[in-house]
Write a protein that binds this ligand. Sequence first.
Ligand SMILES: *Cc1c(COP(=O)(O)O)cnc(C)c1O
Length: 801
Amino acid sequence: MFSNKEEFKSMFLQKLEMMYGKTFNDSTKRDQYHTLGNMVREYISSNWISTNESNRAENNKQVYYLSIEFLLGRLLGQNLLNLGIREVVEEGLNELGIELRQIEEAESDAGLGNGGLGRLAACFLDSLASLNLPGHGLGIRYKHGLFDQKIVDGYQVELPEQWLRHGNVWEVRKPDQAVEVSFWGKVEFLQKENHYVFRHVDAEVITAVPYDMPVIGYKTKTVNTLRLWNAEPSPHYHSYDVLKYKRETEAVSEFLYPDDTHDEGKILRLKQQYFLVSSSLQSIVNSYRKRNGSLADFHKRVAIHVNDTHPVLAIPELMRILLDEEGMGWDEAWEITTQTISYTNHTTLSEALEKWPVHIFKPLLPRIYLIVEEINERFCRELWEKYPGDWQRIEHMAIIAHDVVKMAHLAIVGSHSVNGVAKIHSEILKQREMKLYFEVFPQKFNNKTNGITHRRWLLKANPELTSLVSEVIGIEWIKKPEQLIELKRQAYDPSLKEKFSVIKKHRKEILAQKVFEQSGIKIDGDSIFDVQVKRLHAYKRQLLNVLHIMYLYNRLKEDSTFTIHPRTFIFGAKASPGYYYAKKIIKLINSVADKVNQDPQISKVLKVVFVENYRVSLAELIFPATDVSEQISTASKEASGTGNMKFMMNGALTIGTLDGANIEIMEAIGIENMFTFGLKADEVLNYYENGGYNSTEYYHHDGRIRTVVNQLTNGFFPETADEFEPIADSLIVQNDQYFVLRDFASYVESQEHVNRAYLDQTKWIEKAIINIAHSGYFSSDRTIQEYADQIWGIEPIGVKI
Ligand SMILES: *Cc1c(COP(=O)(O)O)cnc(C)c1O
């Protein structure tokens, strides 16, 4: 390929002319992007082949990470960085008079996920490849990723996302490896000697065509694979209504469901889940059979991980293959299946727990349903032996009960490992949500605290801070992020602090520029950038943040002696299109923004910005520019959070509740380097169990609360009085399920600490550096190493070139 910038330049120009039949001067940014993308793909193709050949030759254990979401973002910049050719390319392009950044912006985000769960899957792929681990992703090639968000008159408007409109340079279609997935129809069984043989007949068959994307490790030769499945009509299936069949087939991989931590219960979603699982299992088994023949030792060479319950049908699907295709007996098939599958739980929110009505499940997946029924019967029989007569417990624990299939129950029973995503979350699973299962299977339960890839969230997003860190502690931390801890000794060095401060300011100016382009709002780089970016959800409590801003507005208006350091509150969040309340909160944020920004006095010290269309590429601009990270969920509700880690790694200080991974962040950095407030998880859970919370008491006894809650409906905003009534009702009439008013005073006080602390810049920056120093533990490299050692039992590969 190319080994210096001169070679790069000439190859780039040649390739551009070959691909587009035009000269460089006539080319568009998109032409240049596609040219560069294709060059990178060619650059890695031999390593990609070698990785696959190595895996075949070594016949080593492989892990397959099944996830209904992969929130990848843009790939060009990251791939160049991981290949170690970013600088050569950047310099070469500069000599041609173009900025790499501009070319990168021609790439659409691969937004095949909603939020944390999907982004976790993407970070894990990067860590697997960078640690030379044989691990691959399997997902769906949605034609439309998460919707594009526009804000019109303060309201969210959703537009279909179109990431494939101009093609996808990273994918390779593999039609020869297509498989068929069956729905509907019925099951026939015949007795053969001493057992039954099952056949799924009269099924509607669709074709799953794999599109493979390379996953490039950081400065290694490993190139793993992300396989995304596309749903297409099968040439072998004869339908009476061809158009209807085509339409319904293509619908399976058309849209990502835009619900975050919420179960939709729609038949198309179940179809998507089985489509992912069946095509993935067939493909894994096909490749295993080529290497090993019989499936008797399948679990010794294959680990399959299910990211939340969405791919949990992998359990009955693997059973189906072992029983019906391989002809195994139940017990042997069950042993192999449970030893192969492991499961991560992502939430304890009851509205997120997947339950499929039998009347939907059974007709759509008749053979799979029979297997789930058999799993359930055998499990209930075991429970009966362990707890004779305790029918109530068995009813609670059953996989199928009251005509619904409980996916989390199937996941626990059919896997060998069940993990939560932060210590507190894993404890809540064991002691509360999954207590009855913990009693039966204590050895299955474990914790794997989430992480983020520092290669995207520090190296790529914040090259200036990356260089500074390397200047101070050398470059070894890049391969071993825990070595960031060495920064701690330098936290008090004035020259480091000065340089950090210059970088932070620079990054704030970059974000300010972006905000101005997007919204026309001018924000001040000397103000505190206070940021809450994450999905919009009641439990994440964007409302608490907004009510605090309203309180600041009121206080500044009425009390001329009240002064604060200027603050810019930045929000970014998509609301699920059907989540009425979340959309109301977006409107409220925008109404408060108008009120604050249009007030000539107040806007000198306060600004409020809602950034449109929050997604990975925007996130990369936001984290490096942040001073204050808002992690203010109702304690016990946020399983882990990963945004908290990205902020910390970029030297923002956290204001947060003791929830999810905030607790482990606090334990790492020390409570003096964070602003904590509010109810603890056990206090919240205690209120839920025993009652005793009355939100109206807080309304009546705290004038600040009374004022801001009244302002929602008393004409303070130009909107009609009923615009925000649902929000006021949630707080007062519905007794404030998420304890916003309960935590209000504590939050205000904590925000006062933030304001005071920021005034002492020296100490503030020391705290920021201590945050960065401890962020290495929250690299997904640590997380993935734990999964590899403790759950999957996989070893690094030696890629031979
Ligand atoms: C990290 C990330 C999330 C998750 O944020 P949380 O604060 O943990 O909910 C969501 N969306 C995007 C684009 C992210 O990068």
